[in-house]
Ligand binder design. Structure first.
Ligand SMILES: NC(=O)c1ccc[n+]([C@@H]2O[C@H](COP(=O)([O-])OP(=O)(O)OC[C@H]3O[C@@H](n4cnc5c(N)ncnc54)[C@H](O)[C@@H]3O)[C@@H](O)[C@H]2O)c1
Length: 339
């Protein structure tokens, strides 16, 4: 079977990670990169051995490109996905799926009409520690899960951020970037969708229109609860990224990035060894398998839409001071209002 030709849209942090993943994935070959910034595109092409383009249309006209990996700023996700689907290309799309649920709906329609595969890349559930944490929690050895606390503190990294990330109007900020990850991993390990959310989202460290800190109280549809706490501090603070699950007969803690997983024994955490895997390679392999008909996607596009709805509901809650109810119900097959 011929290798699947891949084009990456966006020569930034995520785009570079995906180029490395392609080089590790049998059956996939990087052909092209598209970026509006010609210098960034050229440097990327040089680093990863592909052709550089500043026009997405030129890339989409190529017959040797079968898969487009969209790693562009969030406000460009809809257009890139609809254009790629209309050109008959399969799509790997960075999270969050889009900036609004209406955009998600138009993307789902375009993908459905074209009959192509779309993976919304919620990468957290491709980490070894997240997968094992879910197995343990759902396996029942710690009793029934009660609640989760998901905490992520890191330096915002202002100097390395491009302008789109500093402006909420272009989908910038930590809530959309990392809130998407935190909601996804916590919901997945607790095996539920979100029923409602109450949140505070602000920018106390940098005073930007995009946020750099947030705190959310999440009620899940299965009756469990979670807190999601994130700080993208400016200069001083500790690095922390961990999810702690409290169960009726014990506790568990995991950190996807450091591959740490531990369960409570005799009042202290005892580590469990987990094989380290590269989540970017794992998710690409999953999509290639789905395209070849040998695997099903681990993340549905309807889930990507659900997360967008929850992210926006949290922002509404922060503005109004009220809890916001989530309408989409992925398991019931309803992606829109009450449907
Ligand atoms: N899954 C993950 O772990 C992960 C990690 C980082 C980023 N992301 C996601 O990837 C996406 C990109 O984030 P990033 O941090 O890589 O961004 P980035 O700022 O590092 O890179 C964005 C790239 O898009 C290009 N660009 C900007 N405007 C453009 C336009 N109009 N047309 C074409 N190119 C344009 C920029 O020149 C830049 O090269 C976001 O959706 C983000 O949420 C996911």
């Amino acid at each position: 079977m011929n290798d699947l030709g891949v084009a990456i849209f966006g020569a930034g942090r995520a785009g570079n990670a995906h180029a490395r993943a392609i080089s590790q994935t049998a059956g996939a070959r990087l052909i092209a990169v598209f970026d509006a910034d010609a210098e960034r595109a050229a440097a990327f092409a040089e680093d990863h051995g592909c052709q550089a383009f500043t026009s997405s249309d030129e890339v989409l006209r190529r017959d040797d490109v079968a898969l487009v990996m969209v790693a562009l700023p969030n406000f460009l996700h809809e257009r890139a996905t609809v254009d790629a689907a209309s050109a008959g290309k399969h799509i790997f799309l960075e999270k969050p799926m889009a900036d609004t649920v209406e955009e998600c709906d138009r993307m789902l329609d375009a993908v459905g009409r074209a009959g192509v595969q779309l993976l919304v890349a919620h990468s957290q559930r491709y980490f070894g520690s997240t997968i094992r944490a879910r197995e343990i929690v759902q396996g029942g050895e710690l009793g029934q899960p009660v609640f989760a606390t998901d905490t992520w503190y890191k330096n915002f990294g202002l100097e390395g951020r491009l302008p789109w990330f500093l402006d909420r109007a272009t989908g910038g900020g930590m809530w959309l970037m990392n809130g998407a990850h935190m909601l996804d991993r916590t919901c997945w390990v607790l095996d539920s969708e979100v029923a409602s959310i109450r949140a505070w989202i602000g920018s106390p460290f940098h005073q930007l229109s995009a946020d750099d800190a947030n705190l959310a109280f999440v009620q899940l549809r299965n009756g469990l609860h979670a807190s999601i706490v994130h700080a993208g501090y400016r200069s001083r603070g500790v690095e922390k990224c961990e999810v702690e699950i409290t169960c009726t007969d014990g506790m568990l803690i995991f950190d996807s990035y450091s591959n740490r997983l531990a369960i409570e024994r005799d009042g202290a955490y005892s580590p469990i060894e987990v094989q380290r895997v590269d989540p970017f390679t794992e998710e690409l392999k999953n999509l290639v398998g789905a395209i070849n008909g040998t695997e099903t996607l681990r993340v549905s596009a309807a889930w990507g839409r659900h997360i967008v709805e929850v992210l926006l509901a949290a922002e509404e809650s922060s503005r109004t001071g009220s809890e916001v109810t989530i309408k989409s119900n992925v398991r019931a097959g309803a992606r829109a209002l009450g449907g």
